[in-house]
Design a protein. Structure first.
Length: 153
């Protein structure tokens, strides 16, 4: 699987990866809590094991992402009038204006104005140009594309 990410997201993931490696190194090299307490597994040891397992799983996940990503870049200037990954799109629906950035699934967060290229809306907008009217979702809400730009891509 290939992950589409922005430069900002790449830096964030690389920073998290390095920090997590340090945390795991400290967890492993440090003194672990006592295994048994009164003949039973100690809650502290169980918690330590769970945290170490969660951190190791996240580190593995980050390695997969960092080994399989595609950086989102500006399209060629001849294509910048079309919606592609990384585009900032200004839309109008009835009298409501909205602005979204088309990103990969790892960065999608509609509350922050970031929609995935794999979402119904993202799929509907990809390849469209200013002036196009796009129907989205089961309710067929229509949006007119007012602006497409790649200022941060």
């Amino acid at each position: 699987m290939e992950y589409y990410i922005t430069k900002e997201k790449l830096k964030e993931l690389e920073r998290e990866y390095e920090e997590l490696k340090e945390v795991i190194k400290i967890e492993i090299s440090g003194q672990s809590p006592a295994l048994l307490e009164g003949g039973d597994l100690s809650p502290e040891f169980t918690s330590y094991e769970e945290e170490l397992a969660a951190n190791t799983a996240r580190l593995d996940e980050l390695e997969v992402i960092l080994n399989n990503y595609q950086l989102i870049t500006k399209p060629p200037s001849s294509e910048r009038d079309r919606v592609h990954l990384g585009a900032h799109v200004v839309l109008k629906n009835d009298n409501h204006r909205a602005e979204y950035r088309i990103v990969g699934t790892l960065e999608a967060n509609p509350f922050e104005g970031k929609i995935s290229n794999e979402s119904p809306a993202g799929k509907a907008f990809i390849g469209k140009t200013v002036g196009d009217v796009v129907s989205v979702g089961p309710s067929n809400s229509t949006y007119k594309i007012l602006e497409v730009n790649y200022e941060d891509a």
